[in-house]
Design a protein around this ligand. Sequence first.
Ligand SMILES: NC(=O)c1ccc[n+]([C@@H]2O[C@H](COP(=O)([O-])OP(=O)(O)OC[C@H]3O[C@@H](n4cnc5c(N)ncnc54)[C@H](OP(=O)(O)O)[C@@H]3O)[C@@H](O)[C@H]2O)c1
Length: 275
Amino acid sequence: MTTIKANGANIPALGFGTYQLTGTLGTDMVATALNLGYRHIDTARMYGNEVEVGRGIATSGVPRDQVFLTTKIWPDEFGHDDFLRSAEQSTKNLGTAPDLLLLHWPSKSIPLDETMAALVEAQKRGFTRFIGVSNFTIPLLRMATELSPIPLVANQVEYHPYLSQDALLPFHRKLGIATVAHCPSARGKVMDDPVIKEIADAHGMNPIQVTLRWLIQQEDVGAIPRTSSEKNAKSNLKVLDFELTSEEMEKISTLRRTNYRICDFDFSPVWDAAA
Ligand SMILES: NC(=O)c1ccc[n+]([C@@H]2O[C@H](COP(=O)([O-])OP(=O)(O)OC[C@H]3O[C@@H](n4cnc5c(N)ncnc54)[C@H](OP(=O)(O)O)[C@@H]3O)[C@@H](O)[C@H]2O)c1
């Protein structure tokens, strides 16, 4: 499995997202994904499935030290003590400390210095191996790194062919952190894209496979597609077996002009302008 080396962490470039995979489906899909060959699982407190994800890892038979596990804490628990309680609870839910603990979104009400101190403390107390953030912009990421005595390893952000991250990516590379793409297939929207479809046909692949390949073929970029089906989980893994030409990469990159964002809420930060 291709890995991203980020400030001491080795993050498998292709991961498995678990948003909305709850109950038996969550446990079964995590175990299935691991048995198919995935080695990176993404969850969050907010998904309400940490227990199921932990069970899926335990029942898969894949040794724990071969799996890179990420969870995230929601901003309503960003006060110092709440954060530490929450991080400890995640470890209990998962039945194991995650490899990576992320701030799920920046908070507009709780000062970042308080939360970063708690995140660093959580790492010291063994509630995670590595720390990082999600949905952070360049100014927020700059603040977070300045506030942390230990390096961050990832910023998990929405990234797919319809959304430019041209400003953020070089900044991530400068900091040595991984870009982990959420909503990597734009929730399946790329399936109907004629430009991506044409490239997919040339490779005997489908547009989601081409899109995932386009992401992980970029320097220090990973992707965490989610699926509720074994067939699609298997199909998405094939992205490790082919390459896009530089012309094909560029052609897909031109689609970013639409700047279509799925995860945009009233609590979102002011996004970085496209480069
Ligand atoms: N940090 C954040 O704020 C944040 C926000 C959103 C998501 N995330 C993380 O990122 C992960 C991925 O994002 P997402 O789940 O929102 O969207 P996504 O992975 O872009 O899209 C998921 C959709 O794609 C479909 N799909 C996947 N593979 C397919 C295939 N081979 N053929 C056809 N359809 C396919 C799935 O349907 P089927 O189930 O039918 O296959 C599902 O409806 C999440 O699960 C979560 O872990 C993080």
